[in-house]
Design a protein around this ligand. Structure first.
Ligand code: FNR
Length: 188
């Protein structure tokens, strides 16, 4: 049984990326679970806060859950051709203190997918995550990619992904990622 944590990088209730993550959790292959975690409520990183009161409780508890997961699925929006600040901010908090990075992210298999109404479906923000994951010592999966462009018209009002071709592509991505997670024990 492969255990994967999935995080959407949008705070919006009607987020396309949160919807995509929920669909992904439902399409995970047999033997793989995608547990949805949220970054809502993580404050802006402030080194003074870290020095005086330490890591916020919700960050510390999410760190502990990531530290024991076998895989991480980032579902990223794209803002101005890059990573949205709220998502990067969350990962920045999760990377503190730096000497805890190997425990939390070291050798962690990471998949990246994303949805946007635009044509390129988060191509640039997915690419922008790569140096971040390198800095954290994680292991991004390069076997396939999943970009959901034109996503505004691919979900129904309940958040279901109604486009069959997109569902098939997502299912194929998740099957490949799950295989990678299963074959890639974490090395820290
Ligand atoms: C966007 N959007 C966007 N889309 C894209 O494909 N490339 C981009 O560079 C940008 N830039 C951008 C900047 C800012 C500040 C905002 C608010 C939005 C549109 C974006 O993809 C769209 O709002 C998505 O719906 C955001 O993801 P969620 O919240 O639906 O998950």
């Amino acid at each position: 049984m492969a255990r994967v944590i999935g995080i959407s990088g949008s705070l919006r209730t009607r987020s396309l990326n949160a919807a995509l993550l929920r669909v992904a959790a439902g399409l995970a292959p047999a033997g793989t679970t995608i547990e949805i975690e949220s970054i809502k409520g993580i404050p802006l990183y402030d080194g003074d806060v870290e020095s005086s009161t330490g890591i916020p409780a919700m960050v510390a508890s999410l760190k502990d859950r990531i530290a024991v997961t076998e895989g991480l699925l980032l579902v990223t929006p794209e803002y101005n051709n890059s990573i949205p600040g709220v998502f990067k901010n969350a990962i920045d908090w999760l990377s503190r203190p730096a000497d805890d990075i190997p425990r939390v992210f070291g050798g962690l298999p990471v998949g990246i997918i994303g949805a946007s109404p635009g044509r390129f479906g988060t191509l640039l923000s997915q690419t922008a995550w790569l140096p971040v994951l390198r800095a954290l010592g994680a292991q991004p999966w390069f076997g396939q990619s999943f970009y959901l462009g034109g996503a505004g018209r691919l979900f129904d009002a309940s958040g279901a992904l109604t486009d069959e071709d997109s569902r098939k592509r997502l299912q194929g991505y998740l099957a490949g990622f799950a295989e990678f997670v299963g074959a890639t024990p974490r090395r820290r």
